[in-house]
Design a protein around this ligand. Structure first.
Ligand SMILES: Nc1nc2c(ncn2[C@@H]2O[C@H](COP(=O)(O)OP(=O)(O)OP(=O)(O)O)[C@@H](O)[C@H]2O)c(=O)[nH]1
Ligand SMILES: [Mg+2]
Length: 377
């Protein structure tokens, strides 16, 4: 039986990454640290890590032969039950690595899918994640059955697993169609709500995961949305009313965060959630100004906004967590231009100025209907 879902619990894992020869030590460290935080968010404990620099991955085993041996020894020594790789692997590479290492091999997309599966609460998010999981699984079904069909011999012979594989493919395709149908009906409902909100000034909080979007939302709207030092705390969008003064209000939406190399199946499955971002009147791009690699994260956010068709939306860059920026915010403000504002959602610094900016934008929309009486949000 083919099943996806949040049931899998990653335990002790070993991390590995492969990078081009020109990748700097610092970039590698950032990437591996992010992988560790993704693995932990998926419920794993990290038992160690290894990286390899190589002009290109080995088509068969991804890592070079010597590195595979080293990984096998180190993962075993650490008592790891799985290897988590910072890149995406082909089904054949996963199969070969699993054979060489004797433990499960999980690629970056799979880790992110696991976190999403565990965090999805609403019916829509659950359907979206399940769809992304099945789309990811479909071309990988061979991997699951190859060890069963191997008894049938070499290439061209039909093993007992092969008919099972065909059945499973059909099952997964049927499930994908059913999920798409169910999502369509949920999306229709979302469209109706969106239509109702069209007359309001709509602001979306966007940004790299863990930048502090929900914390800012909580501060601005006196809400208590879950916020924590973990990637992808928020999956389900939440909309709250932000009072801006007499007769003036905005609808503020907190939504799923972005990450470097966000799996395309997830972007596709979350398209209706992300459409909301593209339809906003204003984006507050929340940046963790204290995180290492701020510019890289900002570039990822800019690219993701383009990918989801939101590049045209007016935006304000909000440099958050300035309470933790020791070297001062000036260099960042200079880099991000006059349209950037430094705040701390934790201490409240800069928040009144942020509200002022949003108010000015909302007022300039000059919509008399900007503040409907207690709109359903
Ligand atoms: N020091 C400091 N920490 C902050 C600030 N704003 C948020 N945080 C912390 O940063 C972490 C992430 O905050 P969230 O609000 O959950 O971030 P998010 O962008 O909603 O993250 P996801 O929903 O996971 O994508 C939490 O531990 C917050 O307490 C700030 O201004 N200063
Ligand atoms: Mg959040």
């Amino acid at each position: 039986m083919i099943e996806v879902g949040p049931s899998r619990k990653l335990e002790k894992v070993f991390l590995a990454g492969l990078y081009g020869s020109d990748t700097s030590a610092w970039e590698i460290e950032q990437s591996m640290e992010e992988l560790a935080s993704l693995a932990r968010a998926a419920g794993a404990t990290v038992a160690g890590s290894e990286v390899q620099k190589r002009p290109a991955p080995d088509p068969g085993s991804f890592f070079g032969r010597g590195k595979v041996e080293q990984l096998a020894a180190r993962a075993q020594e650490a008592g790891a039950l799985a290897l988590v790789v910072d890149q995406d692997l082909t089904p054949a590479q996963i199969r070969n690595l699993e054979e060489s290492l004797g433990i499960k091999v999980i690629d970056r997309t799979e880790v992110i899918l696991d976190i999403f599966a565990a965090r999805a609460h609403t019916r829509e998010a659950k359907l979206q994640v399940e769809l992304a999981q099945y789309e990811y699984l479909l071309p990988r079904l061979t991997r699951m059955w190859s060890h069963l069909s191997r008894t049938g011999g070499g290439i061209g012979t039909r093993g007992p697993g092969e008919t099972q594989l065909e059945t499973d493919r059909r099952t997964v395709r049927t499930r994908i169609s059913a999920l798409k149908r169910q999502l369509l009906s949920v999306e229709r409902h979302r469209h109706l709500i969106r239509e109702r909100r069209r007359s309001s000034f709509r602001v979306s909080l966007v940004g790299y995961t863990n930048a502090g979007k929900s914390t800012i939302m909580n501060r601005l709207t006196r809400s208590a949305l879950p916020a924590a030092d973990q990637p992808f705390m928020t999956l389900d969008p939440t909309t709250r009313r932000l009072h801006l003064g007499p007769g003036l209000a905005a609808l503020l939406t907190d939504t799923v965060g972005f990450v470097d190399r966000l799996p395309h199946h997830l972007v596709a499955a979350f398209h209706s959630t992300l459409e909301e971002v593209a339809e906003a009147d204003l984006l507050l791009v929340i940046v963790d100004a204290a995180a290492p690699g701020v510019d890289r994260r900002v570039n990822v956010v800019t690219a993701t906004l383009e990918e989801i068709g939101a590049a045209h939306v007016d935006r304000i860059t909000v440099l958050n967590k300035i309470d933790r920026v020791r070297e001062g915010i000036r260099p960042l403000e200079e880099r991000y231009g006059p349209n950037a504002l430094a705040v701390s959602a934790r201490t409240g610094t800069g928040i009144p100025a942020l509200v002022d900016l949003v108010r000015a934008r909302a007022a300039s929309m000059a919509q008399p209907a900007a503040s409907p009486p207690t709109a359903a949000v």
